[in-house]
Design a protein around this ligand. Sequence first.
Ligand code: ZN
Length: 297
Amino acid sequence: MSWVTLKNKKHKPWFRLVNATRFFAVLLVFLLAITAVIVAIAKNSEDPADQSSVAVTPEVLPTPVATPTPTPTPSINVPEGKTMDPVVVVVDAGHGGRDPGTVSPYLEGFYEKEVTLDIARKVKSLLNEKGINVVMTREGEDHLNDNIEKDLKLRADVANENNASLFVSIHVNAYEGKGAASVSGMEVYYLNKDPVYEEFTEEQFAEIVGNEIKNATGIKFNGIISRPLAVLRHTVMPAILIETGYITNKDDHDRLLSEDFRLKTAQGIARGIELTLEEIGAFEHNGELYVFKEVGE
Ligand SMILES: [Zn+2]
């Protein structure tokens, strides 16, 4: 039936459409309202905590149009006595190659070196997702040098040569002493050096990252410890060394074996690094992250 015949009916329709133009206007408003509702539902369902909400078929979703904002790049005033440097985080997977690190007393062939590399790789990809540049001291299985002293020095050199903003070394602990099997948990080592960032110490860095790992994994946090370990001494930027758990403790050992614990540890480390970058005032400029560093003497 056409609109004309509808109009000609004796009794008045509950809603009269005078002409086609008005009809299409009403229809358009209706469709816009439906689209707004679908977009609102889609946005809500992006929240991982709300996985049970209405599933929206992707073909209904309007393609979000990227809105490039051509903001003029403001020139940056570098404060006196400081340099402006791109943010680079150096992640060090402890040991490698012929140096296995700590060794499992429960499972033959399970070594620290593979746990550290796996966690380090996860940290790298998590940070890259956030647009944070990462350099690894080792990408593969191998260590850097057969000589342990040289190996550790080379790891610090990677950080220094890349003008790293922060350095994180990842390890797995072991305890051989009396009651060894009952010693468990995570520790973060640091060493306060000449400050690179105003009002920021390595101690704070260790505290922030340690708490984030604890929050992410639920592992016992034994606290932060100041110790002049080689990689901490040789690096010139804030550096920490994380002992993620004890391979000699059965519970920690089984955690270290699990994908879930490694991922959560990596998430805690990545989150801690993000918070630390905020703390040291990292800022975006032309789509890249930068920090102001104190000019050393
Ligand atoms: Zn180690």
